[in-house]
Design a protein around this ligand. Sequence first.
Ligand code: GLA
Length: 366
Amino acid sequence: MNNKTNTVQSFFAPGRVNLIGDHTDYNGGLVLPVALSMGTYLTLSHRNDQLCRFSSDNDQAVFELDEAGMSQHHHCWVDYPLGVIKEFTDRGYHFHGYNFHFRGNMPIGAALSSSASIEVVTALALNALIDNHFSTLELVKMAQHAENDFVGMKCGIMDQFAAGFGKEGHAIALDCNTLEYKYVPLALDGLRFVICNSKKKRGLVDSAYNQRRQECEEALRILQKLVPIRHLCQLNTEQFEKLSSQVSGQFSDTVLRRARHTISENERVKEAVQALRNHNMPLFGQLMNASHASLCDDYEVSCPELDFLVEHAQQFEGVLGSRMTGAGFGGCTVTLIAENQVERFIEEIGKAYEKKFGIEMEGYIS
Ligand code: GLA
């Protein structure tokens, strides 16, 4: 776009913590994320040449790129904004001569969707340059597509959706099949959600994630021989058990367990949304615990560090439930706990974790 003024504009998109419903989004299921007050800020200013410059408070690398450079992969954080720029370019919008400066106040690569917040904040900024031509939902879809296509992580839509639609004091009950969503008030009287960051480096998370996705697609293909479904989450556990016993020879044990997690997790989200609406927080906590067990045993995306934090939390006074959150293989846990125990909890679990793994855990109150 050439129509520039001298102004500097600032934008923000939040990270998220998912309360329950992991690895359901790309299976057409339900999720229950909450946007965080932490996220990514972007300041956009214009420059007098045709280049775009990308810099970040969180990284020393600076990229000054012409149009050809912007269509290349750089295999680091800058691929997130570049992927989003490509989405706009593919729709006929070209951007030259801007400085993009990012500042994140959230942990990176900790399963709290720092990448989605970079994508969505970029989309919001570019949209402002074209008089907000696209709706928030279109921006969210473009941000997800950027990650799928340009970055190569075949994520579902939960993270970008939460970054685009998050609302203070509410969880988002999102149906990832229809994209219908409802805000559910977080009436937490005397309780808190605490996030524990294991700081475990998430090696190979993209490839392990994409592999889980393929396993779910394989389960779907087998089941589609029996029923006309488009997504695994169209089945409930009872239907799944009946159908899978008819084609048992065709399922490997791994594929069977992946599908079982997906379908049971979807049911747990349904129940959890009801529990939240009915202020039945003990039930909500039990569903969180069951979710962790399923992600650990059937989906195999937990790790010793997350299991330690969850098991420790589940035994702690005042805790109603605890689970890993997000893609897994490291990152964070989320724990529902009595407010008056929070401080002691973070301190004691932090000590125990450091003793066991030699890593200093970080706790955040959402
Ligand atoms: C990552 C992906 C999401 C979702 C979660 C797991 O955060 O970006 O789309 O699949 O993992 O629930």
